[in-house]
Design a binder for this molecule. Structure first.
Ligand SMILES: Cc1ncc(COP(=O)(O)O)c(C=O)c1O
Length: 491
């Protein structure tokens, strides 16, 4: 073999178990830097994953995951198991070659030239997950009435005067804000005037704006543990110190939060349907949280991301509806009820904060896109929104049952899964001695996207489990996926 098989030296690779950056990500970055800086040369062999895991004192899954990213991005080549080598042609080299021949673009800024904020942001990874069976978080896109959306879009193009295509109101398109206010007052028991609604580009922008308007770098924010990664990333991106507070059967444990960090400036919560565990925050806890926020002059950010999907009983009241002191900022999204690519959501902000939030929105992107806002306003006002929601509620309830039946049939005794009256995903609890990351990795090899529950845990470890999405998949897809999952778990 002409290939140089000398093994790279991993001396100097240090990982920080206390860092909020996941271990696989730290390892990925360390190996990537070693390749880019020439410390690992083309053709050199990487140590076996087991060896590397034991030398670095991390799980083999951590190493496998880091290798998987480096392989898929072209830094490494080969197959895990039969040897992994540094690639012959670095992707960065290709990039530079392509650029230098075309124009006089300034060279790429050196990493050390980034701002402190930029340095932090560069460590945050936001992968776009492939739509594989059982991936959670996406609604059934094939059931969305795009033909109606298309007609409304064409109608708005004809109807809107050319004068409306200039810069718009940073708070959003007024008819859409009115439609949202009417919907939320009845469906979600939210207290708001139209003026308090700010249209944003999805929850992610709501999180980013809230972090930047209300928190200074170094401030502390409570986040749920386990909890939503998008929120954790937004706070880390704003250089806020996240304080993980455990979740129990009543939701966020406020007493524990006070013990861990009573001086936090904000608490981020998903009280209607905790992500990912699915618990609803009890009234006692809601009142305790409001009391803590009032006493400590802190804010509560309520993320009501999917409470439209409630299959029995009345919709739940929001935490915001209980707030007598104006300390709750409420956020919602159309990603789960319509489709994520729409990138529309809303914030409901206490009156005293309005000017600051609207200015922050304007500074960020002036305003959200007009046409989508106008079409959405029509979609709600003409009753399509309500109809689509009712159809999806029935469909998702049915799909949850299909998932439960299939898991009872193929995975009985191996996983525990309980019917839920809400949401778009289920937790499949694994036996105590299972490594959920390992199961998730093996399931990925079988073409499934089941996320390990531990992915969402920061400090407080959870019983091992898998997050199984069912909303976006047909009966056949769910059944086949469960059979494949059973094959993975049983082998
Ligand atoms: C807890 C939570 N909030 C919000 C969202 C939606 O985010 P966005 O509106 O940015 O698409 C998700 C999507 O997975 C979520 O799980």
């Amino acid at each position: 073999m002409a290939k140089e098989t000398q093994e790279v030296s991993i001396a100097g690779i240090g990982l920080d178990a206390k860092s909020s950056i996941p271990m696989y990500r730290q390892l990925y970055e360390a190996l990537r830097q070693a390749i880019l800086q020439g410390r690992f040369r083309s053709g050199q062999r990487l140590p076996a994953t087991r060896t590397l895991a034991s030398e670095l004192d991390v799980s083999r899954n951590t190493v496998l995951l880091a290798f998987e990213y480096l392989l898929s991005e072209g830094y490494l080549k080969g197959k895990t198991g039969s040897g992994t080598y540094v690639t012959d042609t670095l992707p960065e080299k290709l990039l530079f070659a392509a650029r230098s021949t075309t124009d006089t673009m300034p060279s790429r800024p050196k990493r050390q030239n980034l701002s402190k904020r930029g340095e932090v942001l560069s460590t945050i990874h936001f992968p776009v997950g492939e739509s594989k069976p059982l991936r959670h978080g996406t609604p059934s896109l094939r059931d969305f009435p795009f033909h109606i959306w298309g007609k409304l879009l064409a109608r708005q193009m004809r109807r809107l005067p050319y004068t409306s295509f200039g810069y718009g109101d940073a708070a959003g398109y007024l008819p859409l804000r009115e439609a949202i206010a009417t919907y939320l007052r009845t469906a979600r028991d939210v207290r708001c005037e139209v003026e308090q609604i700010i249209i944003v580009n999805g929850s992610q922008q709501a999180l980013d704006l809230t972090a930047r308007v209300l928190l200074d770098p170094g401030d502390k924010a409570w986040i749920e543990d386990p909890g939503y990664l998008g929120a954790r990333k937004a706070f880390i991106g704003a250089s806020v110190t996240v304080t993980p507070v455990p979740i129990d059967e009543e939701g966020l444990n406020v007493e524990k939060g006070r013990e861990i960090e009573s001086k936090a400036r904000l608490a981020y919560v998903t009280p209607s349907h905790q992500f990912p565990l699915g618990v609803t925050m009890s009234l006692t806890r809601r009142l305790q949280l409001l009391e803590w926020a009032d006493e400590s002059d802190a804010w509560i950010l309520e993320d009501d991301y999917d409470s439209e999907y409630r299959y029995t009983g009345r919709p739940l009241s929001s935490l915001q509806g209980l707030d007598a002191n104006g300390c709750v900022i409420y956020m919602g999204t159309f990603s789960k009820v319509l489709f994520p690519a729409l990138r529309l959501g809303y914030l409901i902000v206490p009156p005293d904060l309005l000017d600051a939030f609207i200015s922050a929105k304007a500074v960020t992107d002036r305003n959200s896109a007009l046409l989508e806002q106008a079409v959405l306003a029509d979609f709600i006002e003409q009753g399509h929104f309500g109809r689509h929601l009712r159809r999806m509620r029935l469909l998702y309830q049915e799909r949850q049952q299909i998932l439960l039946n299939a898991t009872t049939r193929h995975l009985k005794g191996l996983i525990e899964i309980y019917p839920s009256a809400k949401g778009m995903h289920e937790i499949a609890w694994l036996p105590n001695d299972f490594d959920d990351q390992k199961v998730s990795h093996e399931a990925a090899e079988a073409g499934l996207a089941v996320t390990a529950l531990s992915t969402y845990c920061l400090k407080h470890s959870s019983h091992p489990g898998l997050v199984l999405g069912y909303a976006a998949f047909t009966e056949d897809e769910i059944r086949q996926a469960v059979t494949r999952l059973a094959g993975t778990l049983i082998s």
